[in-house]
Design a protein around this ligand. Structure first.
Ligand SMILES: *Cc1c(COP(=O)(O)O)cnc(C)c1O
Length: 376
């Protein structure tokens, strides 16, 4: 936990649950990424943490933005972003939203299907389009495969048709899956991208850019490689497949920019057992699946957890949220252990919760408010 967050929590004692995000950590993450991948233009994936303070700070640092909807575009514009630095990166857009985005000056759009291409041609004429291709998400702890992207031969046809429709066939994108722990996945994806570049060249189309997507990790329970290893793997794969004809590079980090900047503080509501011989305690918190910890679905993301009683003996627990829904169990199989003297009112912290927490919280399920966030 950063000193600034520790001080904030101690001095302000905000009501729980809440996330406290240290903007200086995000700024430093952004600068480190720029330093290690100087050739890549950073498009922050706004969905990871859409707090205006975060977007404003990144806009001031010179970041571009990957957006999925009109409200995200408006958020970026209000934060001072130039519409030319905004990518409408969702491959599933209402045509009315494309028209509105075009009206606001957005000129870069993602596609992975013919209908989407036609929407862009009609409602954002002359814009740049990049086509997302399918890649396996092997090694990703939060996969994004299947739903997005198309096969390489289809992508070639779409980008060719884009040219014929008066659009600019700008490039190719992929996403290796979020919290990707296998560093060779960029090489696998870039092999396909390079194939696509050459087959389009044969049709007289010079693509300009490769969008590397997201996938760089935050620090959860398992140790992960550092940024230099990831950046090295990506650049190695780029030169492996493109030699010295390196295309313009875009990268869309979400988790790796903001994940480690946040601490979610919650409170123990109840510690109980279901029978006299129950081997594990149930620890119920004021936070759960529906008000911030959505990524614990299937126990996919395993946060580091600390409590105000750390140091005491620990024993296995099932961690659960406060709502009246039995899927609101945070960790069961993951095998978390917590101090044996844990009591209602004790504080508990989930670390590296700056990404995909507040933006995933439900509006009012069971009357529990969306997760509060403080940016410091
Ligand atoms: C969610 C998303 C990202 C961010 O991914 P991370 O793994 O969080 O870095 C980037 N690009 C697109 C298109 C996305 O949908």
């Amino acid at each position: 936990m950063s000193e600034r967050i520790r001080e904030f929590l101690e001095q302000q004692r905000p009501p729980t649950p809440c996330v406290v995000v240290d903007l200086e950590i995000i700024r430093q993450n952004y600068r480190n990424l720029r330093e290690h991948l100087p050739l890549a233009q950073v498009y922050y994936a706004v969905k990871a943490n859409p707090a205006p303070e975060v977007v404003r700070m990144l806009a001031a640092e010179g970041s571009s933005f990957d957006t999925a909807s009109l409200p995200e575009i408006d958020l970026c514009l209000a934060a001072g972003a130039d519409p030319r630095n905004i990518s409408f990166g969702n491959t599933i857009k209402k045509e009315s939203d494309v028209r509105e985005a075009f009206g606001r000056g957005v000129r870069l759009y993602a596609i992975d299907s013919q209908q989407e291409l036609h929407k862009i041609a009609r409602s954002a004429p002359g814009s740049r389009v990049y086509c997302r291709i399918l890649v396996e998400n092997t090694g990703a702890q939060w996969p994004l495969s299947k739903k997005f992207g198309c096969a390489v031969d289809m992508a070639a046809d779409l980008l060719t048709e884009a040219r014929d429709l008066g659009l600019e066939p700008f490039g190719v994108s992929f996403h290796v899956g979020s919290q990707q722990t296998a560093l060779d996945q960029w090489d696998v994806a870039l092999a396909r991208v390079a194939m696509l570049f050459s087959s389009l060249q044969e049709r007289g189309i010079e693509l300009k850019a490769v969008n590397l997507g997201g996938g760089f990790p935050a620090h959860y329970l398992d140790e992960v490689e550092g940024l230099p290893a990831y950046a090295g793997a990506v650049m190695h794969a780029i030169t492996n497949h493109f030699g010295n004809r390196i295309p313009a590079l875009m990268i869309e980090p979400g988790r790796s920019l903001v994940g480690d900047s946040g601490i979610l503080q919650a409170e123990v509501v109840l510690v109980s057992k279901k029978s006299y011989d129950d081997e594990r305690r149930w620890v119920f918190l004021d936070v759960g699946r529906f008000n911030g910890l959505a990524e614990t679905m299937d126990e996919a993301i395993k946060y580091r957890v600390t409590t105000s009683r750390d140091g005491a003996d620990t024993a296995p627990v099932i961690l659960a949220g406060p709502t009246c829904d039995s899927v609101d169990v945070i960790y069961d199989k993951a095998g978390y252990c917590l101090p044996v003297d844990l009591e209602p009112g004790d504080k508990i912290e989930f670390h590296s919760t700056g990404a995909y927490t507040t933006s995933y919280a439900s509006v009012n399920f069971n009357g529990f408010a969306p997760l509060r966030q403080y940016c410091i």
